[in-house]
Design a protein around this ligand. Structure first.
Ligand code: AMP
Length: 435
């Protein structure tokens, strides 16, 4: 078995670890990978967004399948190109990836399919968008429709803030084409869950839910980031999402019935079946779970927590390879969480606005049930140095969430590089409830 993993972040390091764990004899290539992945795979200097070079690499190396981590190559048609060459690929076609790459597309599909989500309207003019914001009233949410590296969402607490966000997207083009169309969206309240679902287009296999921590500061304060940490399993304080007796929790079953199944049916009906991993960002509102966003790939940093929380013998790769080959998922496994895991992100000074790179990193040794997943690291001569805003994810398991949080925070504190900082409260909502 020869596999090519596309990407070079913490999510891909966690995927590489899981591939090695489940398929120890496989030959694993990574493009471009990172210094953490290099311990598990052969890293090749091909960019994750270079579709032509990736297809050439997959052909030359005669890989059995390609596993795509990030959204950009999927948006650029990597899966389509690989399928055209007869190479199995885990990741949707560009048309199916629109569930993430166009919020306008996703919203219209959810509306047509009766999938619960925030009410919204689409606008290309400032005047229309501002009028819509006034119809909803503050708070109101303004979203760039296209891919904006997780930065295209403004939760506006006042109409002035909404007006400014609308102007920045439609007049000042801060997100370029991604902000040429904006969604003005109803503000929802409730706790959020990230639910990953593997699907062959029809059959769905959920992974245990996780919760991300988007704000830079403890207690969920300060600016939004790509994610400062995550824990798994998460139930957002709703017992119907709690794994207790080895069967699928009723809350997750409800999300599958009301959100995932109708979305996949609508994608099939459009002739663009979604095969791969559907990331459902849901908010548990007073009227039930509603979609905040879809992503067309594994989330980061949730993946670091979810994949390590799975039982050692969970057949994740078997399912992913069936999906990649265009086969039915059979038999359908149940992925109950086997342990609690907390992933704490180590960020660089200045993150998220202007992260400082190039700091030499010293890593502690990891024990059983501890992982240091590399995200923004590189090698300069023989030294490991920081190369991004989110540098590492200090990930640790425990028999309880409290134990996992303590181990993860201790591991994070043992990593040193100038300016490093991390949140010590990943999982705080669950812990505050006495989970
Ligand atoms: P997104 O990139 O669409 O996931 O949005 C980023 C974050 O903005 C989400 O994780 C939510 O915390 C928040 N958000 C997005 N849409 C809404 C909404 N309609 N109501 C309240 N908060 C939202």
């Amino acid at each position: 078995m020869k596999l090519l993993l596309v990407g070079g972040g913490g999510r891909e390091h966690a995927l590489a670890w899981r591939i090695r764990h489940e398929l120890p004899d496989a030959t694993l290539l990574a493009a471009p990978g990172n210094p953490g992945i290099a311990a598990l795979a052969t890293c090749l200097p091909v960019g994750a967004a270079d579709v032509d070079a990736l297809v050439l690499l997959a052909n030359t190396e005669q890989v059995d399948a390609v596993i795509v981590g990030p959204e950009a190559p999927l948006a650029a048609g990597l899966a389509d190109a690989l399928i055209a060459h007869g190479i199995p690929v885990f990741g949707p076609t560009a048309a199916a990836a629109q569930l993430e790459t166009s919020k306008a597309f996703a919203k219209a599909l959810m509306h047509d399919a009766g999938v619960p989500t925030a009410r919204a309207s689409m606008h290309t003019t400032v005047r229309g968008a501002r009028a819509a914001a006034r119809e909803f009233g503050a708070p109101v949410v303004i979203k760039a429709s296209g891919l904006a590296a997780g930065k295209g969402v403004v939760v506006a607490l006042t109409l002035d803030e909404a007006d400014a966000a609308i102007a920045s997207m439609l007049e000042d083009d801060v997100f370029g084409d991604a902000g040429a169309e904006v969604l003005v969206e109803e503000f929802m309240t409730g706790e959020e869950l990230s639910l990953f679902v593997l699907t062959d287009g029809t059959t769905v296999v959920p992974l245990p839910a996780a919760q991300d921590h988007k704000r830079v500061g403890e207690g969920d304060t300060g600016p939004n980031t790509g994610g400062m940490g995550a824990y798994c399993p998460a139930d957002a304080g709703d017992a119907s999402y709690t794994w207790c007796d080895g069967s699928l929790p009723a809350g997750i079953r409800h999300v599958l019935d009301t959100i995932v199944t109708p979305t996949l049916a609508a994608m099939r009906a459009r002739g663009t079946p979604f095969r791969g991993l559907l990331y459902c960002g849901v908010m548990l509102t007073p009227t039930g779970p509603r979609v905040v966003e879809f992503n067309c790939r594994f989330g980061d940093p949730e993946t670091q927590a979810v994949l390590t929380a799975l039982a050692d013998d969970a057949p994740l790769l078997r399912v992913m390879l069936q999906v990649a080959r265009g086969e039915r998922i059979d038999p359908v496994p149940l992925f109950a969480p086997a342990r609690h895991v907390v992933a704490t992100v180590l960020a660089a000074a200045g993150y998220p606005d202007r992260p400082r790179s190039g700091e030499a990193i010293t890593l502690p040794t990891t024990g059983d049930g501890e992982w240091l997943f590399h995200a923004g690291t590189t090698r300069r001569d023989d030294t490991l140095v920081s190369s991004g805003g989110r540098v590492l994810a200090a990930t640790a398991s425990g028999a309880t969430l409290t134990a996992a949080q303590q181990r993860s925070a201790t591991l994070a504190a043992a990593v040193t590089f100038t300016g490093a900082f991390h949140r010590r409260d990943i999982g705080w909502r669950a812990l505050a409830r006495g989970a």
